[in-house]
Write a protein that binds this ligand. Structure first.
Ligand code: F6P
Length: 354
């Protein structure tokens, strides 16, 4: 098993923790195995344009002895959101050979995994993937890189919003990301003490929602409310309002309905957290996970075990077959899961019980 040249790339939406995974790959590959690591900028764009950055063993230049990879958010390699496609597949595939790569370690979500796996199959690449996404919808891993940090960011935002909501007796509708899945809304809603959590996996009614908020006012003297809504609920709202699907965002629509249905008794405001959820530095767990997943990805390359994803399972990094991950993703919230039941046990409205 001679010296290898590994290409590393980040694909899809960025998230906290990516630079920790890159750091671990570079460090373990170069120091433990004596391999060479090339950073491929902007995912497949790097392969297409034959652009590669040599990543030395010590990472970026140290600043006063501090490793910058520990304190930079996003991805130092740049990424493409919805940019990895099979267009120009032949040219991308040829980039692997022309850059003299023996393997690619790619950090991405389920969409990137499907496309990169296809490219790897067509081009006979040796591919290992690391799961990342604040949506946490990748199959066969208990958690994806970036999710824990995003949950912390949303939780902190809910705490901040609760004070202003309480000061004015308002219901604030907080829209969070997550694509078609409600994991981020559910986890952060529980952590941040939300009064209602609306996710695409569970249907809800405005009558029950407003009744719930009303009851909190009457019975618990909680005169404000935090309603967390996952962006994926938008499709349910659009389906109801077929004639005018795009007029309001999901959070605006919910706020308007709550206000209307209570004849203005409940004053509402809307906060869309947006890309704040993807920014900033990673949580301690994402730092640890990024490091462990990066290290294990390099070990798989060294063992020549490819077409794998390094999953985070029971607190450890372990390889799982990539075809199964692609086949089973995205994973959405199970309406009967213990976490949904936990939220309800805490008195949170999580849609209709079925
Ligand atoms: O998949 C991650 C994610 O942040 C989703 O939660 C969100 O819907 C989407 O990406 C936003 O993508 P973009 O950054 O391209 O607007």
């Amino acid at each position: 098993m001679g010296k290898k040249r590994i290409g590393i790339l980040t694909s899809g939406g960025d998230c906290p923790g990516l630079n920790f995974a890159i750091r671990a790959v570079v460090s373990h590959a170069t120091l433990t195995y004596g391999y060479e690591v090339l950073g491929l900028p902007y995912a497949t764009q790097g392969l297409l344009e034959r652009k590669a950055i040599a990543l030395p063993s010590q990472g970026l230049s140290y600043l006063h002895g501090i490793d910058p990879l520990l304190c930079i958010g996003g991805t130092i390699l740049g990424s493409l959101s919805k940019g990895d496609t099979l267009d120009r597949a032949d040219e991308i595939i040829a980039g692997y050979t022309e850059l003299g790569l023996d393997a690619v370690i790619a950090i991405g979500g389920d969409g990137s995994m499907a496309i990169l796996r296809e490219l790897a199959k067509l081009g006979n690449w040796n591919l290992v993937m690391i799961p990342k996404t604040i949506d946490n919808d990748v199959a066969l891993t208990h958690q994806s890189l970036g999710f824990n940090s995003a949950v912390s960011t949303v939780t902190e935002s809910l705490e901040r919003l609760s004070f202003t909501a309480a000061s004015h007796d308002r219901a604030i509708v907080v829209e969070v990301m997550g694509r078609t899945a409600g994991h981020l809304a559910l986890h952060s809603g529980i952590a941040g003490g939300a009064d209602a959590i609306l996710i695409p996996e569970i249907s809800f009614s405005f009558a029950s929602l407003t009744q719930h908020i009303d009851r909190l006012r009457e019975e618990r003297e909680r005169r404000f409310a935090l309603i967390v809504v996952a962006e994926g609920v938008q499709s349910a709202i659009d389906a109801v309002n077929e004639e005018n699907p795009c007029a309001l965002s999901v959070s605006q629509y919910i706020a308007e309905q709550v206000s209307q249905k209570t004849k203005g008794k409940i004053e509402t405001r809307v906060t869309v957290l947006g890309h704040v959820q993807r920014g900033g530095l990673p949580s301690a767990l994402d730092r640890i996970m990024g490091s462990a997943l990066g290290k294990s990805a390099v070990d798989l390359v060294a063992q020549e075990t490819f077409d794998q994803m390094v999953a985070w399972r029971d607190g450890e990094a372990t390889g799982v077959p990539l075809d199964m991950v692609v086949e089973q993703s995205p994973i959405v919230v199970d309406p009967h899961s213990s976490l949904v039941q936990t939220a309800r046990a805490l008195g949170t409205y999580v849609g209709e019980v079925t």
